[in-house]
Design a binder for this molecule. Structure first.
Ligand code: NAD
Ligand code: TYD
Length: 357
C-alpha cells in the first residue's frame, strides 16, 4: 500500500485532490494530510472522509523542521504531494514576508526531510519514492496578447506570491540537479471549483452576487486568465506522479482563456439561469452590480498555458468545459451556504473591509 504525505490538504486544491485520490484508489492508498490550518485551511473540506480508513490529519507547520522530520520518522512515506503555500496575490502585495517564509523556507524543510528519509548510503534513493511540487504558471510572468507559456519559458515572476513560488521551484530544481532528488514540478494555470476560498475571483463573485453586493473588477477587467476545473488538475497531478518522467516539469492548463469581465458576466448569466424564478436573490443579480475598482499593483495582463508536453507524454487533457465546470461550481456553492457563511465570518470580514471598502 502506498503512503502519500499531502501538505496543504485542507486548502482548496489539496482537499479536492484528496477526494479525487480516494475515489480513484479507495483502500489501496493511505493519505496523511499535513496542514497548519491557516485562514485558508478548513477541515470542513474533508468532513466526509475524515473517518475513512487510510486517512489521517496532522496539524503542523511545514516550516517546523522537527515536526516534519518526526512525520517522516513515524511513517514510511512513498509520495509527497506538496500543495501547502500562501496562495493569494493580493495578500502577497500587502504582506510579502509570510509568503517567503511558507513558500520558500517551508519547501526547503519539506525537501530536506524527504531527502534525509529516502536517501541510501550510496547517494541513491529508496525505490519508488517521489516528490511532486505543485506550482503555478505565474512564475513565468505575464504574456502580451499572443503566445503561451511553455516549460522552457524563462522565469520572470512579478508579484511577491509568484516570486516566492519561483524561489520554491528553484529549490526543487536545485535538489534534482545537486542530489538527483526524485521530484517533479507542475506549473498550473488558475483553478476554480468547490471549496475555493472567496478571496479568489470566481467564488468572490458568486458570493457577492448572491448577497447583492458589488462585483469589484480590477482595472478595466481585460486581464486574461486560463481557467481549469480543479478536478482536472487533481487528475493531472496523479498522472504526473504515476507516469511523468522524473526530474521533469509539466505545465497544466485549461485551454480556456477568458478576460475577467467575461468571467463575471458568465457568472451573472449562469446564476440567473440556475436560480428559480421564485428565488428573491434573482431580482438583484444583473450587470448593474459590476463595479470597476482600482487596479491591482503590477497586475499581470495575461496567462496562458499550452499543455502540449503533458498531453503528448502522459495523455492528459482538460476534460471539463468551462460552461459545465462553472455550473458544477455554482451548484456546489448553492448546496454549501453554511460553508460560505463559516469561512466569511471573522477574519475574512476584516480582510474584505481593508481590501475593498
Ligand atoms: P489554498 O490557499 O486554498 O490552500 C493552502 C493550504 O496550505 C491551506 O490549507 C493552508 O492552511 C495550508 N498552509 C499554509 N501555510 C502553511 C504552513 N506554513 N504549513 C502547513 N500548511 C500551510 O491554496 P490552493 O489554491 O489550494 O493552492 C494550493 C497550491 O497550488 C499552492 O502551492 C499554489 O501555489 C498552487 N496553485 C494554485 C492555483 C490556484 O488557482 N489556486 C493554481 C496553480 C497552482
Ligand atoms: P485571482 O483569483 O486572485 O487569481 P490570480 O491573481 O492568482 O490570477 O484573480 C484572478 C483575476 O481576477 C486577476 O486578474 C485579478 C482579478 N480580480 C478582480 O478583478 N477582482 C477581484 O476581486 C479579484 C479577487 C480578482
Amino acid at each position: 500500500m502506498r503512503t502519500y504525505l499531502v501538505t496543504g490538504g485542507a486548502g482548496f486544491i489539496g482537499s479536492n485532490y484528496i477526494h479525487y485520490m480516494f475515489e480513484k484508489y479507495g483502500d489501496e492508498i493511505r493519505i496523511i494530510n499535513v496542514d497548519a490550518l491557516t485562514y485558508a485551511g478548513n477541515l470542513e473540506n474533508l468532513r466526509d472522509i475524515e473517518k475513512r480508513p487510510g486517512y489521517s490529519f496532522i496539524r503542523a507547520d511545514i516550516c517546523d523542521k522537527d515536526a516534519i522530520e518526526r512525520i517522516f520518522a513515524d511513517n514510511d512515506i512513498d509520495r509527497v504531494v506538496h500543495f501547502a503555500a500562501e496562495s493569494h496575490v493580493d495578500r502577497s502585495i500587502r504582506d510579502p514576508e509570510i509568503f517567503v517564509r511558507t513558500n520558500v523556507l517551508g519547501t526547503a524543510v519539506m525537501l530536506n526531510a524527504a531527502k534525509a528519509s529516502w536517501e541510501l548510503p550510496d547517494g541513491g534513493y529508496r525505490e519508488g519514492k517521489r516528490f511532486l511540487h505543485v506550482s503555478t504558471d505565474e512564475v513565468y510572468g505575464s504574456l502580451g496578447e499572443t503566445g503561451y507559456f511553455y516549460e522552457t519559458t524563462p522565469y520572470s515572476p512579478h508579484s511577491p506570491y509568484s516570486a516566492s513560488k519561483a524561489g520554491s521551484d528553484m529549490l526543487v530544481k536545485a535538489y534534482m540537479d545537486t542530489y538527483r532528488f526524485p521530484a517533479n514540478i507542475t506549473n498550473c494555470s488558475n483553478n476554480y471549483g468547490p471549496y475555493q476560498f472567496p478571496e479568489k475571483l470566481i467564488p468572490l463573485m458568486i458570493n457577492n452576487a448572491l448577497s447583492g453586493k458589488p462585483l469589484p473588477v480590477y482595472g478595466e477587467g481585460k486581464n486574461v486568465r486560463d481557467w481549469l476545473y480543479v478536478r482536472d488538475h487533481a487528475k493531472a497531478i496523479d498522472l504526473v506522479m504515476e507516469k511523468g518522467r522524473l526530474f521533469e516539469t509539466y505545465n497544466i492548463g485549461g485551454h480556456n482563456e477568458k478576460q475577467n469581465i467575461e468571467i463575471v458576466n458568465i457568472i451573472i448569466e449562469t446564476l440567473r439561469e440556475m436560480l428559480p424564478d421564485t428565488d428573491p436573490r434573482r431580482a438583484h443579480i444583473n450587470s448593474s452590480l459590476i463595479t470597476y475598482v482600482k487596479d491591482r499593483k503590477g497586475h499581470d495582463l495575461r496567462y496562458a498555458i499550452a499543455p502540449d508536453k503533458i498531453k503528448n507524454e502522459i495523455g492528459w487533457e482538460p476534460e471539463t468545459m468551462f460552461k459545465d465546470g462553472i455550473r458544477l461550481t455554482i451548484q456546489w456553492y448553492f448546496e454549501h451556504e453554511d460553508w460560505m457563511k463559516n469561512v466569511t465570518s471573522g477574519d475574512y470580514q476584516k480582510y474584505y473591509e481593508e481590501m475593498y471598502l
